[in-house]
Every structure is written in structure tokens, then in C-alpha cells.
Write a protein that binds this ligand. Structure first.
Ligand code: NAD
Ligand code: UD1
Length: 335
């Protein structure tokens, strides 16, 4: 049995589908602070499998302990956390408390019940401004906002945990920019309010919910002046977790992997590809740079390829098509 925290979220729900399809038994937890219970129902629909869902907060140690008592957990995939960069600068204490204390409570219970295998969702945001691209796992770490610092601090906590007890097995996954949706069009990204990330903003402009996209700067030193990122299909990303799970089940230690495609695309290239494959237009206006943005970042994917045996297989067109199908099928998200 695998415990999945944050299972109702964007990446967690896709990982649950892949785990169930691969034959794993899962038990799931989410406080639904940034997601809907309907996502769990849809995972069951897609996979035709049943599993337990506990609508609880990681900060509620007693409730979480019940999950450990009632289920034979072998490993944990830990997605639960708050992730909005802007909000984290306004409410840093909420971010530090939720993300860090939530993880500490989880690890305390894992220690108590001797389940010392965890796959953790980190982020490429821990690299901050990269000195060079593609960026490898041993590049300097310098998170630039409270959200990023929670990821960095949790990485350090997990490293210290292993140093204190070598029977832990920890896999830290640094995601690049997850986009796309399950090809069924029934689960996907359902941001609260106006999206801050590029792809959900584009799909909401294309469907007419938002008027136009603001492109944050066209004066970067990149092919067309707009920012370059490593967009990765969420189904590829979800599959990376299965590989990481195999590693934590079979080895000890702390291993860190970038999960990206290794290719960078500019904002204008994303718009162009999206318009081409969906035949929808995405009106946009160039505006000032967004504070804290880097010009270009994409992953060195060699370590994930060599040590996890994982590579992303889905290209940009598929990412756009699947994001769009989800948006069209669920114009109001999960209701
Ligand atoms: P998400 O917000 O869709 O999913 C996170 C889930 O965790 C949500 O369903 C939320 O309700 C739940 N949650 C938050 N705090 C909780 C708590 N204290 N107890 C129980 N549940 C709690 O986000 P996502 O995009 O699926 O991201 C999953 C993980 O990956 C997060 O840790 C995020 O920081 C990380 N990550 C995401 C991205 C991205 O671009 N989406 C990039 C890098 C890393
Ligand atoms: C942002 C976060 C990062 C987080 C990541 C994934 C910031 C500063 N960084 O990164 O910490 O890990 O999301 O959740 O918020 N863009 C526009 N117009 C928009 C939105 C985005 O032009 O309306 C551009 C951005 O300038 C960037 C690219 O599109 O060049 C991608 O932006 P976004 O999806 O927000 O991801 P990141 O900037 O990589």
C-alpha cells in the first residue's frame, strides 16, 4: 500500500492514476485546500479501481496517525503542500508552517511506524537564477521566495533525517513546469481564481474566460526575447514517480532527480504551438517582466535517464492538446 499525500491535486491525481494502472494499492490524503474531492472520484472512474480517501490535514497528527494505523503503508509519495509563489511572499508563515510542519509530522509518523521510504515533490525553483543551462542536480541551490525556500528547507530536513538514520530511503524530485492533463480529459489542473502559470492562463484566454494573455517581457536574452522553460506533460511526470518509487523500495539513501524534458520553449513558441494544434487564437500583449522570473531554465535530464530509467516522451503539441481538452470538457474546472 502506497500513501499518497496531496492526492486530489493536479500532479497527485495523475500520479494516482498511474499507480493504480500499474497495479499498486493506494491510500490517499488531502485537506482539499487547493483541490476538489471530485478529482478523487474521477481517478476512480478512469482506473475503475477503488481506494480510501481521507479528507484530512497533515497538520492534524492524530487524524494522520489513524491513516498509518488503519493501512499497511509501505512507502509515501508526498505531494501535499501550498505552491503559489506570490501568495507565499504575502503569507510566508502560512507557507512555512503548512509545508514544513506538515512534512515533519508526516516524517515523525513514518519513523514511528518504521516506514522510511518517501518520494518528495521538490521544484526546479530551488535553483533560483541558474548560472548555466541545462541545469544539473548538483548546481548551486538558491531559492528566491518563501515557497521555494520551503522546498529547499524540506530537502535539507530529509537529508538530515537520512544522516541520522541510514535506513531511510528518500527520493527528491525537482519538477520543471508541469502542464497537460490526462488524455481522457477528465482530470487536469484546476487553479483557484486567475491562473498565475502560463498554460492555464492560455487555455482560459482561448476559451474566452480571460481577454488576453500578458507576456511578461520580450527583452530577455533568448531566441525571441521571451522567457524559456522546460514544460513537461503531467502524465510523463506522474510516471517518473513510479520509477522513483521503485528506487526507494530497493535502495537506501537520498537521491535527487530533475524531472523535465531537457528542452526549453519560449512563451511565444508555446502560444504558437497552442494556436496551431487547437486552431484557437490567443490574443496577447507584451508587458513588463514579472519580478523574480529567470530568462531561461531547462533540465539536464541525464541523471533521471541513467539512474531512474525514465525519460519524458510527450512533446509540446500533446501537452497543448491535452491541456485544451481538459479545459473544453471542464470549463468551470471540477464543480
Ligand atoms: P496542487 O495544489 O494541485 O496539489 C497539492 C495538494 O496538496 C492540494 O490538493 C492541496 O489541497 C493539498 N494540501 C496542501 N496542504 C495540505 C495539508 N497541510 N494537508 C493535506 N493536504 C494538503 O499542486 P500540484 O501542482 O499538484 O503540486 C504538487 C506538489 O508538487 C506540491 O508540493 C508542489 O509544491 C510541487 N510542485 C508543483 C509544481 C507545479 O508547477 N505544479 C512545480 C514544482 C513542484
Ligand atoms: C513559476 C514560479 C515557480 C514555480 C513554477 C511552477 C514564479 C516567479 N515562479 O515558475 O516558482 O515552481 O511557476 O508552478 O512565479 N508567463 C507569461 N504570462 C503569464 C504567465 C507566465 O508571460 O501570464 C511567462 C513567465 O514569465 C515565464 C513562463 O511564462 O517565462 C512560464 O511561467 P509560469 O508558468 O508562471 O512558470 P515559472 O515562471 O517557470
Amino acid at each position: 500500500m502506497i500513501l499518497v499525500t496531496g492526492a486530489a491535486g493536479f500532479i497527485g491525481s495523475h500520479a494516482c492514476v498511474e499507480l493504480l494502472n500499474a497495479g499498486y494499492e493506494i491510500v490517499t490524503v488531502d485537506n482539499l485546500s487547493n483541490s476538489k474531492r471530485e478529482a478523487i472520484n474521477r481517478v476512480k472512474q478512469i482506473t475503475k479501481r477503488d481506494f480510501l480517501f481521507y479528507p484530512i490535514d497533515l497538520l492534524d497528527k492524530e487524524a494522520l496517525e489513524k491513516v498509518f494505523i488503519e493501512n499497511k503503508i509501505k512507502a509515501v509519495i508526498h505531494f501535499a503542500g501550498l505552491k503559489a509563489v506570490g501568495e507565499s511572499t504575502e503569507k510566508p508563515l502560512m507557507y512555512y508552517y503548512n509545508n514544513i510542519v506538515g512534512t515533519i509530522i508526516l516524517c515523525e509518523l513514518m519513523t514511528k511506524y518504521k516506514i522510511k521510504r518517501i518520494v518528495f515533490s521538490s521544484s526546479a525553483t530551488v535553483y533560483g537564477m541558474p548560472d548555466q543551462v541545462p541545469i544539473s542536480e548538483n548546481s548551486p541551490l538558491r531559492a528566491m521566495n518563501p515557497y521555494g525556500r520551503t522546498k529547499l528547507m524540506i530537502e535539507e530536513i530529509l537529508r538530515d533525517l537520512y544522516l541520522s538514520d541510514k535506513s531511510w530511503s528518500i527520493s527528491i524530485l525537482r519538477y520543471f513546469n508541469p502542464v497537460g492533463a490526462h488524455p481522457s480529459g477528465t482530470i487536469g489542473e484546476d487553479p483557484n481564481g486567475i491562473p498565475s502559470n502560463l498554460m492555464p492562463f492560455i487555455t482560459q484566454v482561448a476559451i474566452g474566460k480571460l481577454n488576453q494573455l500578458k507576456v511578461f517581457g520580450n527583452d530577455y536574452e533568448t531566441i525571441d526575447g521571451t522567457g524559456i522553460r522546460d514544460y513537461i506533460h503531467v502524465v510523463d511526470l506522474a510516471k517518473g514517480h513510479l520509477k522513483a518509487l521503485e528506487v526507494v523500495m530497493n535502495t537506501f539513501g537520498v537521491k535527487v532527480f530533475n524531472l523535465g524534458t531537457g528542452s526549453g520553449y519560449s512563451v511565444l513558441q508555446i502560444i504558437e504551438t497552442f494556436e496551431k494544434v487547437t486552431k484557437k487564437s490567443v490574443p496577447y500583449q507584451i508587458v513588463e517582466r514579472r519580478q523574480g522570473d529567470v530568462a531561461a531554465i531547462y533540465a539536464d535530464t541525464n541523471k533521471a535517464k541513467d539512474e531512474l530509467g525514465w525519460v519524458a516522451t510527450k512533446g509540446l503539441e500533446e501537452m497543448c492538446i491535452d491541456s485544451w481538452r481538459w479545459q473544453v470538457n471542464n470549463p468551470k474546472g471540477y464543480i
